[in-house]
Design a protein around this ligand. Structure first.
Ligand SMILES: Nc1ncnc2c1ncn2[C@@H]1O[C@H](COP(=O)(O)OP(=O)(O)O)[C@@H](O)[C@H]1O
Ligand SMILES: [Mg+2]
Length: 429
């Protein structure tokens, strides 16, 4: 039987006059921390509540500077450390924002005194976070590179919010990204009416970031063709964009604080190599796949409960079901099991982010069609979908894994046995 583990002391939900529930900000981080500790240790026998409070949001996904406004404010008000020009937080406080701390910070908001600890945003090597921050304080831009689903975009967004207070100066790189989207374009009605004037210039996210001294985020840079990527070379080295249509002297200058965080997946198909000239403008930081099982559990449960908070329902996650999920992902990722079994690795990227989606979908399924408890069968269903995706060959590899590994585990554990049976049935359909 799965051991039930205790959920966090959730923040109360207040019914406001207009009928909208508002979550008390205080105690938020403490709740998250105790969720992590209890879910991992399994010390308590009471049920594990993945999410209970309902966060009423106007945006499905507000930017970090909005969703974490209280923590950012608390760090700003307590920041006595040296900081680069135009940075909202010092490097030290930016690191605390990303890596989290139990230390409580007092802060004032609308004349009211409050305090908060700082929740962990990125789980992993602190050194890597520090190196990223140092790069952004230097002349070079930052390139976060690694497998899909390792939190590159997540880290980029949180770094930009911490450093600039704004994470939305954003270019999403695709095969269709044009030079205009990186530099500037024109409002054609104004262009026709008055010719090229500063008023007719439509600034890109790059120009907005340069003018305001903020961080520009360039997602999936290597999806753009090399010529398009190379627009960034002069921007990164000169910190200037010339606009010749407005005169040979017209230049948009980068204000101190401007820098760029780019991300790139090193495993995606169809990526374009970066030119040597562009590579030289970046410090590359490799974001590793999480290998540690306990750490991965922590991330998966924390992010799933964050996402479930929006839906506001209660779900039990037995400890052995969580353990099964993380074990299956780690096995499939590496093509070998903890007990030494080997099987053909599947082509789908079994990332932490995919794991979060599997757990979230299982939770939603369990809530609407199950017994408010995530069961092995829910995981089986969602794991098959996640693994097979568009490559039918993965199904054969998954069966191999079932026969080599899952079957032997099934003989000694009821949760593995249920998982084995459900997987077998679903994979033979
Ligand atoms: N080490 C980690 N710490 C915190 N969250 C993580 C970690 N690894 C993965 N995640 C979660 O995985 C999700 C996907 O991350 P994302 O930034 O989109 O990946 P990438 O850009 O590398 O493809 C995010 O919700 C993030 O919270
Ligand atoms: Mg990404």
């Amino acid at each position: 039987m799965g051991k039930k583990v205790k959920g966090p002391p959730m923040a109360p939900v207040k019914q406001a006059d207009d009928g909208t529930a508002k979550q008390e900000a205080e105690g938020k981080a403490t709740a998250e921390d105790s969720l992590e500790k209890s879910a991992i240790s399994g010390k308590s026998e009471s049920k594990n509540i993945v999410a209970k409070t309902r966060k009423i949001l106007e945006k499905i996904r507000p930017p970090v500077e909005e969703s974490q406004a209280d923590e950012l404010l608390a760090l700003m008000q307590n920041d006595g450390y040296p900081k680069p020009e135009n940075w909202q937080l010092s490097p030290k406080m930016a690191e605390l924002f990303i890596c989290g701390t139990d230390e409580e910070f007092k802060y004032k908001i609308n004349g009211e005194s409050k305090k908060t600890s700082i929740s962990t945003k990125y789980y992993g090597d602190k050194n890597l976070v520090q190196k990223s921050i140092v790069t952004l304080a230097s002349e070079r831009a930052l390139m976060l590179i690694g497998e899909p689903g390792t939190a590159k975009s997540w880290l980029s967004e949180h770094l930009a919010a911490a450093i600039s207070g704004k994470s939305t100066c954003l270019i999403q790189g695709t095969a269709g990204t044009t030079e205009d989207q990186i530099r500037y374009s024109w409002n054609y009605a104004l262009l026709v009416a008055e010719g090229p004037t500063p008023r007719a210039l439509v600034p890109s996210p790059t120009i907005n970031a340069m003018r305001s001294g903020k961080i520009l985020r360039f997602e999936e840079m290597t999806r753009c063709s090399q010529e398009i990527q190379d627009c960034m070379v002069s921007i990164l080295s000169e910190k200037v964009i010339p606009v010749p249509e407005l005169g040979s002297e017209y230049l948009v200058f980068g204000k101190p604080g401007f820098n760029t965080i780019a991300t790139a997946n090193d495993r995606d198909r169809g990526v374009n190599e970066m030119s040597a000239a562009l590579k030289r403008r970046f410090n590359f930081i490799y974001i590793p796949v999480i290998q540690d099982k306990e750490l991965e559990k922590k991330i998966v449960i924390k992010r799933t409960s964050d996402l479930l908070e929006r839906m506001g329902f209660e779900i039990q996650l037995p400890k052995d079901v969580l353990d099964l999920l993380v074990t299956v992902f780690q096995d499939l990722r590496s093509g070998k099991s903890g007990s030494g079994g080997r099987f053909s690795p599947i082509s789908t990227v079994m990332s932490t982010s995919e794991e979060i989606s599997v757990l979230l979908d299982s939770a939603i399924y369990a809530y609407y069609f199950g017994k408010q408890k995530i069961e092995a069968e829910h995981l089986a269903m969602n794991i098959i979908d996640a693994v097979v995706k568009d490559d039918k060959e993965n199904l054969a590899k998954l069966r191999e894994y079932l026969n080599i590994e899952v079957r032997s585990r099934a003989s000694g554990s009821s949760v593995w046995d249920r998982f084995y049976k459900a997987m077998n049935e679903l994979s033979n359909r």
